[in-house]
Each structure stands twice: as structure tokens, then as C-alpha cells.
Ligand binder design. Structure first.
Ligand code: CAA
Length: 283
């Protein structure tokens, strides 16, 4: 089961990073979104990020041009059908993801592997809505994708070994490291990271610290590259809240209760960097 053509669904923050690293590793990438503006923006970001890599001598101009030439785009989801692997990186809502997989199924090759970049939703449940739960994986990249070393690979209950190994070979070819996680809410990274971020929001909510002191404490006191509130803005507060809700619902433990202040920010539309306002003001 050798993979060469990869479809990426969703041209947002994660989708453009995934297309970027796949193309640089030599894969033929087809990027899909429902909006042409999203595709145009993604291609522009990919080019700028690759230019930065050229200027820092991480890649050559020839490698950039070849990689950009390997990325094509489409507004028609079903054009991705003939891919060897499809990585869904659409919005973190289960109904959206399920609808994408259901639309794709009639157009797939028998051997196509389906995967989702979900940061918390059950892989087993997503897989059960397709015709191929044995060829379905959780393929979870970290943000920013071109920089972060880890990819979490999550097997659903029915995922077979050949599928896991084919995906692990892709991760290896990207020069990244795979960590294998079992399919329980939010897997490994977000099971640990999100309660920490949520606790930082509680610390703010209860007045123990302010935005600056909380972030400085964790940067200088725990050597984190970003403070938890800065990181929450970077990930997106809506995504953070969605993951806390998956933990709270899936594990039924009050220790995962989303902080009311996090909920309030999301209700205000203050989603972090992407809306120019979150715990910090980026305007
Ligand atoms: N594409 C390509 N390269 C990029 C990039 C991008 N999008 N963003 C940053 N870089 C490169 C820079 O060019 C720079 O390269 P050099 O080392 O060659 O100079 C390097 O990354 C460092 O970037 P900067 O100098 O601009 O800034 P920095 O040193 O402050 O690092 C950071 C930025 C890498 C984002 C760092 O702050 C960091 O690691 N933050 C934590 C990120 C993190 O925790 N991510 C995980 C989030 S959780 C997640 O993703 C899971 C989920 O499901 C929610």
C-alpha cells in the first residue's frame, strides 16, 4: 500500500500546513475547500512560508518551486476520490466531518485510506460512518505544521495494521515522529494540553493572575515556548472550547468543565489570532 497522491480537505490553518509539508516531501497533493478565497489564501500562505524556509536556507528555491508545482486545488470534494490517502482537516465539528466522509465514500478507490486531523473527536465513530473502518486513521498534526515534530496517529477500534503502517511511513517521509495513541477523547496531546490551558483561563477568571503574568509565569517558570493564553489564541479559542467539551462529555468528569470565561470569549466571537482578538488584542 504505497501512498503517492494525497487529498487534503480544508484549506484553513491546519490544511495549508499539511499540504505544505506533504508537497515538500514529494507527495502529489490535491487541496479542497468549499470557498475559492480559502484556497487562494492557503496557497498564498504556503508560498510565503516556503519563501521563509528558502531565506533561512532550510530548503532551496528549486525545492520550493517543485513542491508548489505538486499542489493542485479543487472546489469539488469528490475530485479527491482517486487519492491514495485523504486527510480531512475541516472545521472541528463532527457533523461537518461526517458529511464530508459520507460524500466521499461513493467516489473512493477500494484501497484509499481515509483519515481525519481531528484533535479530539472519536476516530471509531467517524470511521463507522464510512464503508472502510479498517482503512481509517486519526492523523493529527500539530500547529504550526511545518515546524512541529509530532504527528499523533490514532487507530479506531477496527483500523488494521497495514493502514497504520502505511500512515506511519508517510509520517517518516515527512521527517516527523509518529506517536501512537488509543482512541479515547482528545487522545494524548490535547488530553494533557487543553486542561492546562483551561486551568490558565480559570486562573485568569479567579483573578490569581492577569494575562501577562500567567503567560510569563509559564514561559519563564516552566520553559514553555508560549504562555498558555497566547497558545490558546494561537490554536483558536473555539477549538479549545470544542476540545474541552469533548473531554467533559466523553469522560464525564467535572475536572474537564470548560471555564465560563472561555465560553464567554467564544460567544463574543473573540476566538484569538484569527479574529484579531482573544486574550490579547491583535488589532
Ligand atoms: N511555517 C514555516 N516555518 C515556520 C512557521 C510556519 N507556519 N512558523 C514558524 N516557523 C519557523 C520560523 O521560520 C523559525 O525558523 P528558524 O528556526 O529557521 O528561524 C522557527 O519556526 C521559529 O519561529 P519564529 O522565530 O518566528 O518564532 P518563535 O521562535 O517564537 O517560534 C513557534 C514560534 C514555533 C510557534 C513557538 O512559539 C512554539 O513552538 N510555540 C508552541 C506551539 C505549540 O505548542 N503548538 C502545539 C499546539 S497544540 C496543537 O496543535 C494540537 C491541537 O490539536 C490543538
Amino acid at each position: 500500500m504505497e501512498i503517492q497522491t494525497i487529498g487534503v480537505v480544508g484549506a484553513g490553518q491546519m490544511g495549508n500546513g499539511i499540504a505544505h509539508v506533504l508537497a515538500l516531501a514529494g507527495y502529489d497533493v490535491k487541496l479542497n475547500d468549499i470557498k475559492q478565497e480559502a484556497i487562494d489564501r492557503a496557497l498564498d500562505i504556503i508560498r510565503k512560508n516556503m519563501d521563509r524556509q528558502v531565506s533561512r536556507e532550510k530548503i532551496t528555491a528549486e525545492e520550493r518551486d517543485a513542491a508548489l508545482g505538486r499542489i493542485s486545488s479543487t472546489l469539488t470534494l469528490t475530485d479527491l476520490g482517486p487519492s491514495d490517502l485523504i486527510i480531512e482537516a475541516a472545521t472541528e465539528r463532527e457533523t461537518v466531518k461526517t458529511a464530508i466522509f459520507e460524500d466521499l465514500v461513493p467516489h473512493l478507490k477500494p484501497t484509499t485510506i481515509l483519515s481525519s486531523n481531528t484533535s479530539s473527536i472519536s476516530i471509531t465513530r467517524l470511521a463507522s460512518r464510512t464503508d472502510r473502518p479498517e482503512r481509517f486513521m486519526g492523523f493529527h498534526f500539530m500547529n504550526p505544521v511545518p515546524v512541529m515534530q509530532l504527528v499523533e496517529l490514532i487507530r479506531g477500534i477496527a483500523t488494521d495494521e497495514a493502514t497504520y503502517q502505511a500512515c506511519a511511513r508517510v509520517v517518516e517521509r515527512l521527517g516527523k515522529t509518529a506517536s501512537s495513541a488509543e482512541d479515547f477523547p482528545a487522545f494524548i496531546v490535547n488530553r494533557i494540553l487543553m486542561p492546562m490551558i483551561n486551568e490558565a483561563v480559570y486562573v485568569l477568571y479567579e483573578g490569581v493572575g492577569n494575562v501577562k503574568s500567567i503567560d510569563m509565569a509559564m514561559k519563564l517558570g516552566a520553559n514553555h515556548p508560549m504562555g498558555p493564553l497566547e497558545l490558546a489564541d494561537f490554536i483558536g479559542l473555539d477549538t479549545c472550547l470544542a476540545i474541552m467539551n469533548v473531554l467533559h462529555d466523553g469522560l464525564a468528569d467535572t475536572k474537564y468543565r470548560p471555564c465560563p470565561l472561555l465560553t464567554k470569549y467564544v460567544e463574543a466571537g473573540w476566538l484569538g489570532r484569527k479574529t484579531q482578538r482573544g486574550f490579547y488584542d491583535y488589532r
